[in-house]
Write a protein that binds this ligand. Structure first.
Ligand code: SF4
Ligand code: SF4
Length: 463
C-alpha cells in the first residue's frame, strides 16, 4: 500500500484552508540532548554578548563595520584593500558549510544559529515561565480577555522588548564598534540621533522576529534551509525516524497479540517540534535538527521498555541497510576544494604585509634630464597602515646608484590610515641602457624590511 503523502500538500504552520497561520505551541521536553543544547547555547550567548567588548591588539575581537568597510577578526584588521581576502574567506566558509551540511545535515540550525538559540533557549523559556506550558499557552490564547491574560501578555511582551533592545545594542556593537555604542548610551541622545534611531529600529525588528515570525524565519525566510534538498544525500547524518524499526505504527492494546513496530503513534515527537512537522514522514526542509523529537521519543521508548533512538541521528542508508556510517564521494570532493581554498587563504594571510604600498609614475610626465648627469622620474606613492599601531617607515631604492628626492616627505603613518608621498627617483644617465626599465624600492620600518615594490623608470638610453 502506498504511504500517505498528504503532508507534502501543506505546510504545518498554515491552516488546512490555507488562509491563516497556525500558531505553534511546541511542548518543551527536557531530555539529555536538551540539556546539552542548554550548555551549548549559554556558551554561545556568552561569546556573542562579550566579544564586541573584548579587545585584542587594541582592536575589538570581532568587528563587522560594513559602513566603513573595516572588518576585524581576532585583532587582525581587514581594510577595503583586503577585500579579496574577505571574499576568499567567505568562499572558504561557504564551502565548509556546504561540506558540513552534506555530512551532518542542518545541525548548525538547531544548535548554533543565533535565531534558534534566542527563540528556543531565551524567548520560548520566558514564554513558558510566564504563560505556562504549551497546553496553558493554548488555553490562554483562546480564553476571553481577563486581568490574568492582560497581565501575562504585558509581562511577556515587556520582557521580549527588553531582550530585543539588548540584542539590538550588541548587534550594533558588532557594526559600529562597542566604543561608539557606549558613546550613544552615555552621551546625550541629541548627539547620536542616527545611532539611537538604529537601536530602536533593530529592537523592533528583533521583537517582530521573536514574538511573531518565529519558526517562519527558518522555514520560509532563511535560504540555507532551502538548500537542504541539494546538499543532503542518503549518507548525510540527519535527525531521522527509523521507519524499519518503527513501522507499522500503532497504539499498544493491552493483552492483545499485535504485529506492530516500535512507534506507538503517541505523536509526542510532533508536539515538541518547533516547526510543527512529523519527522516520521521523512526529511523535510522545515526540520532544523533541533533534536527535540529525539529526546521526546527516547522518553517514550524508556516508558514502554524499548530501545532508545527510534528517532536519532542517522543516515537514510543506515536505516535502510543497517550499514555503518560512510562518507559519500561528494564529501571527498568538497574536502579537496576546501583544502585548496584553505591553503590559498592561509598563504595569503601569512604573506599579507603590514603596510600596503602602491607606487606609480606621476601621470602625464616624462623623464627630466638634469645638469649633474642624472635623469629623474616623478612618482606618487600611497602607503596604507593595516596595523593597530603607528608605523615609522623609510623608502630605500634597491640599486645603490639610485636616489630618492622627496617633494613631500612623510615618514610615519597613523594606525589604520594611509598617506600619500610624492618624490623623484634619480639615476645616473650613464647607467640607463634602455628607454623603459624596472626599478625596485624597499620599505623599511624599525630596521625591518616590510615591503618591496617594483615600478617603471623611463629615460633616454645612454648611447
Ligand atoms: S514519539 Fe516515538 S513513539 Fe511517539 S509517535 Fe513519535 S516516533 Fe512514534
Ligand atoms: S523534526 Fe525533530 S529535529 Fe526536526 S525540527 Fe522538529 S523536533 Fe526538531
Amino acid at each position: 500500500m502506498a504511504e500517505p503523502q498528504n503532508f507534502r500538500d501543506h505546510i504545518p504552520t498554515i491552516t488546512d484552508t490555507g488562509n491563516k497561520r497556525k500558531w505553534m505551541y511546541p511542548q518543551i521536553i527536557k531530555g539529555k540532548l536538551y540539556h546539552y543544547r542548554d550548555v551549548v547555547s549559554y556558551v554561545l550567548l556568552a561569546l556573542l554578548f562579550s566579544s564586541p567588548f573584548i579587545k585584542i591588539n587594541g582592536e575589538q575581537m570581532i568587528l563587522l563595520n560594513v559602513i566603513e568597510r573595516k572588518f576585524v577578526f581576532f585583532g587582525i584588521i581587514f581594510w577595503p584593500q583586503d577585500f579579496y581576502l574577505f571574499v576568499l574567506a567567505l568562499l572558504t566558509f561557504m564551502v565548509f558549510i556546504v561540506m558540513f551540511t552534506a555530512i551532518f545535515g542542518r545541525v548548525w540550525c538547531g544548535w548554533a544559529c543565533p535565531q534558534t538559540i534566542f527563540m528556543e533557549m531565551v524567548f520560548r523559556k520566558i514564554e513558558n515561565w510566564i504563560e505556562g506550558d504549551w497546553i496553558h499557552q493554548q488555553k490562554l490564547n483562546q480564553a476571553a480577555l481577563s486581568f490574568e491574560k492582560i497581565a501575562k501578555k504585558i509581562a511577556k511582551h515587556s520582557l521580549f522588548i527588553l531582550i530585543s533592545f539588548l540584542i539590538s545594542n550588541v548587534f550594533l556593537a558588532y557594526i559600529i564598534g562597542s566604543e561608539e555604542l557606549i558613546k550613544i548610551i552615555s552621551e546625550p541622545i541629541g548627539q547620536h540621533m542616527s545611532g539611537f534611531i538604529s537601536i530602536l529600529i533593530f529592537t523592533l525588528v528583533f521583537y517582530i522576529v521573536f514574538s511573531y515570525l518565529r519558526e517562519l524565519v527558518c522555514t520560509v525566510i532563511c535560504p540555507y534551509g532551502r538548500l537542504q534538498g541539494v546538499l543532503l544525500d542518503n549518507q548525510s547524518i540527519i535527525v531521522a525516524y527509523d521507519y524499519e524499526r518503527g513501522e507499522p505504527r500503532g497504539k499498544i492494546v493491552k493483552n492483545t497479540e499485535q504485529n506492530l513496530g516500535d512507534c506507538i503513534d503517541c505523536k509526542v515527537c510532533v508536539h515538541v517540534c518547533p516547526t510543527g512537522i512529523d519527522i516520521r514522514n521523512g526529511t523535510q526542509l522545515e526540520c532544523i535538527n533541533c533534536t527535540a523529537c529525539i529526546d521526546a521519543c527516547d522518553m517514550v521508548m524508556e516508558k514502554i521498555n524499548r530501545p532508545s533512538r527510534l528517532i536519532g541521528f542517522m543516515s537514510e542508508d543506515q536505516i535502510k541497510t543497517k550499514s555503518p556510517f560512510k562518507l559519500s564521494s561528494k564529501v571527498y570532493a568538497y574536502s579537496v576544494v576546501l583544502l585548496i581554498l584553505f591553503s590559498v587563504l592561509s598563504f595569503m594571510l601569512i604573506s599579507r604585509t603590514d603596510i600596503e604600498t602602491t607606487i606609480l609614475r606621476a601621470g602625464g610626465t616624462l623623464y627630466q634630464l638634469r645638469d649633474n648627469g642624472t635623469v629623474s622620474n616623478l612618482y606618487n606613492a600611497e602607503l596604507v597602515n593595516k596595523t593597530t599601531k603607528l608605523v615609522k617607515f623609510e623608502m630605500r631604492p634597491i640599486d645603490p646608484d639610485t636616489k630618492i628626492q622627496y617633494i613631500r616627505k612623510e615618514d610615519e603613518i597613523q594606525k589604520g590610515s594611509s598617506i600619500k608621498v610624492t618624490f623623484f627617483v634619480l639615476r645616473p644617465q650613464k647607467s640607463v641602457s634602455k628607454y623603459k626599465s624596472e626599478i625596485g624600492i624597499e620599505i623599511w620600518s624599525e630596521g625591518k624590511l616590510i615591503d618591496k615594490i617594483k615600478t617603471n623608470f623611463i629615460a633616454p638610453p645612454n648611447e
